[in-house]
Design a binder for this molecule. Structure first.
Ligand SMILES: [Zn+2]
Length: 328
């Protein structure tokens, strides 16, 4: 449904903006989910980049643990964390690539979704204890947390899955190596999340209406007449995800990724509701991080991640744009 509607809008409006509202398209929050949307992100904190298109049953496919972040170094954490204003990392990270760093980043995402689900009944956020799968079938070459080293283990092809107790979706964590995600690994993660739904404990009865990828912009968005229009963002993991979604047809409905408004390939413009932006980014009068995003992810930025309510000069934006590569 979503795919067909957006496909029609994209095709009809061609390069002019097909303006949609995620909430306007959404089915009633109290009705049963009718289709599944897969949101694919390289790191636990990218989810808001596609928030405008989220539907009712959402599977967040997180390709890495984000364990390379500098904010897991205790000296950096000390400068970025403001525990009187925001949630501290839990557990306290003991360095980049440390197990505590991975766990803290996963917990931040789970708590972010839990808090968002408090104001949007469609969002999965009430998670059962996680299930670790057996090694999943390899289809697109090796998958490896540490590429370039001879350290691939069978654990690299497992997933940790948090299923929402109210059938609103799930979070599937892969562990494919923060900073060295390859296109093949991204393809494997997406294909596995779609093809191994039963093994992952996901709802197998719902048709998949969309696969949506996180934001990347590798030319700085300098194409607009007013100069830079977008947040320049070309981390290798995000580019690998974009290549995967551009090059491989997953036959899973609308296949799209977040991009700059100036991207000549973009065909969808969508807006996150004011309510959802507030739920994620609200700041109190004393600087308290009240929104789910600023509260749980604040330790990953010197102060906290800001949202652009106009334009795209921050990494997180209310107005969102997507290219669509396949829609079937
Ligand atoms: Zn990211």
């Amino acid at each position: 449904m979503l795919g067909r509607l957006l496909g029609w809008l994209g095709a009809t409006a061609a390069m002019t903006a097909a303006v949609v509202s995620g909430l306007a398209l959404a089915p009633s929050p109290t009705g049963p989910p009718r289709s599944a949307v897969y949101v694919v992100v390289p790191h636990p904190d990218d989810e808001f980049q596609v928030w405008s298109l989220i539907e009712q049953y959402t599977v967040f496919v997180v390709l890495t643990h984000g364990e390379q972040t500098e904010y897991c170094e205790p000296s950096e954490y000390e400068t970025s964390a403001q525990p009187d204003l925001e949630h501290p990392a839990d557990p306290l990270p003991t360095g980049r690539w440390s197990p505590a760093c991975s766990e803290a980043r996963q917990n931040s995402l789970l708590r972010y979704l839990g808090d968002m689900s408090a104001t949007d009944a469609r969002i999965p956020g009430d998670f059962a204890p996680p299930v670790r799968t057996a090694p999943l079938p390899l289809t697109d070459g090796p998958v490896c947390r540490s590429d370039g080293a001879d350290e691939c283990t069978s654990a690299d092809s497992t997933a940790e899955v948090f299923v929402d107790r109210r059938n609103r979706g799930a979070v599937v964590f892969f562990d494919l190596g923060d900073g060295d995600l390859t296109e093949d690994e991204a393809v494997w993660g997406i294909r596995t999340a779609l093809d191994q739904r039963a093994a992952l404990g996901l709802d197998t009865s719902l048709p998949v209406s969309a696969v949506l990828g996180a934001y990347a912009d590798d030319d700085g968005g300098t194409g607009g007449s007013s100069g830079q229009r977008c947040f320049p963002y070309a981390p290798p993991d995000h580019l690998a995800l974009h290549r995967a979604l551009w090059n491989v047809d997953f036959h899973a409905g609308l296949q799209a990724a977040a991009t700059c408004a100036d991207d000549p390939h973009r065909s969808i413009a969508a807006t996150v509701s004011d309510a959802a932006v507030d739920a994620a980014f609200r700041i109190g009068e004393g600087g308290e991080r009240l929104g789910a995003h600023v509260k749980n992810y604040g330790w990953l930025w010197p102060d906290y991640y800001h949202v652009a309510r106009e334009g795209e000069l921050d990494l997180f934006t209310q107005q969102q744009y997507f290219w669509v590569r396949f829609d079937e």
